[in-house]
Design a protein around this ligand. Structure first.
Ligand code: CA
Length: 257
């Protein structure tokens, strides 16, 4: 019996056949990241400039983009928008400070995960693998239809097959991560979910530093969908509290009273 069996939720997925675009203007960091991901079996492209990164993403169709926020040319924020506009691709954004991460999540930039510098290469690899697993899982759910049943929670409707969300009659646009977070919360209504549980289920990655990511994404979902839907349980986590329709303006055609 080996003592190093991976836990069920985190298979030691190799990164071979994965193409990763590394956008980082500090050559020492870019080289170190490329070397480490290369050792894990990934192919890498390095770009040190925002505009060049957009062009590289368009030309090479990477499976994942690691994107530094402070770049020459256009910054990581604008580069992320342009890259996503062309073709959806998972983006892991590298930020300098925690409050910068909060700000970016608040802006709904569309990155799937954030890492604050300095980080360890071990953490980076774990996050890259977790993000790729999430993307695979979402693709599978969309394909096999098992996750395609719409979720109705109070006046919120979530179409998992199309990845669209409505509150009442208004469609709400969420980033991929916000969507996954909402699906998990709404699938467990009136249940207190710890930050660690949310990290594990939505990000597929548990680390003390990640709980801040959860808080920031909750803030973003509240801002877009309404603050009344997600209750903070101080010191513990969050609970989704469905609100029946009719609380806002006129409700749509109501099949049942
Ligand atoms: Ca930089």
């Amino acid at each position: 019996m080996t003592s190093s069996a991976p836990s069920p939720g985190t298979p030691a997925a190799p990164l071979h056949q994965t193409l990763i675009l590394i956008v980082e203007d500090e050559p020492a960091i870019a080289t170190a990241i490329a070397k480490r991901l290369g050792a894990e079996g990934a192919r890498t492209i390095v770009s040190g400039d925002g505009l060049d990164a957009v062009a590289q993403a368009k030309a090479a169709h990477p499976d994942l983009v690691l994107l530094d926020i402070m770049l020459p040319g256009i910054d990581g924020l604008e580069a992320c928008r342009r890259i996503q506009e062309d073709r959806p691709v998972p983006v892991l954004m590298l930020t300098a400070r925690d409050d910068e991460t909060d700000k970016l999540i608040g802006l709904g930039v569309g990155a799937d995960d954030y890492m604050t510098k300095p980080f360890s290469m071990r953490e980076l690899v774990a996050r890259v693998k977790a993000l790729l697993r999430r993307v695979d899982r979402a693709k599978q759910l969309a394909q096999d239809g098992s996750g395609s049943a719409p979720i109705q929670a109070g006046d919120v409707v979530i179409d998992q097959a199309q990845r669209r969300v409505w509150r009442g009659t208004d469609e709400v646009h969420l980033t991929p991560t916000e969507f996954d977070l909402l699906v998990y919360l709404a699938s467990n209504p009136r249940t207190v979910l710890t930050r660690e549980k949310l990290l594990e289920q939505v990000w597929d990655w548990v680390d003390a530093s990640g709980t801040r990511t959860v808080d920031s994404h909750i803030k973003a979902v509240r801002r877009k969908l309404g603050a009344d839907l997600i209750r903070t349980v101080h010191g513990v986590g969050y609970a989704f509290e469905p609100v029946d329709g009719g609380s806002a303006a006129a409700s749509p055609a109501e099949p049942a009273a």
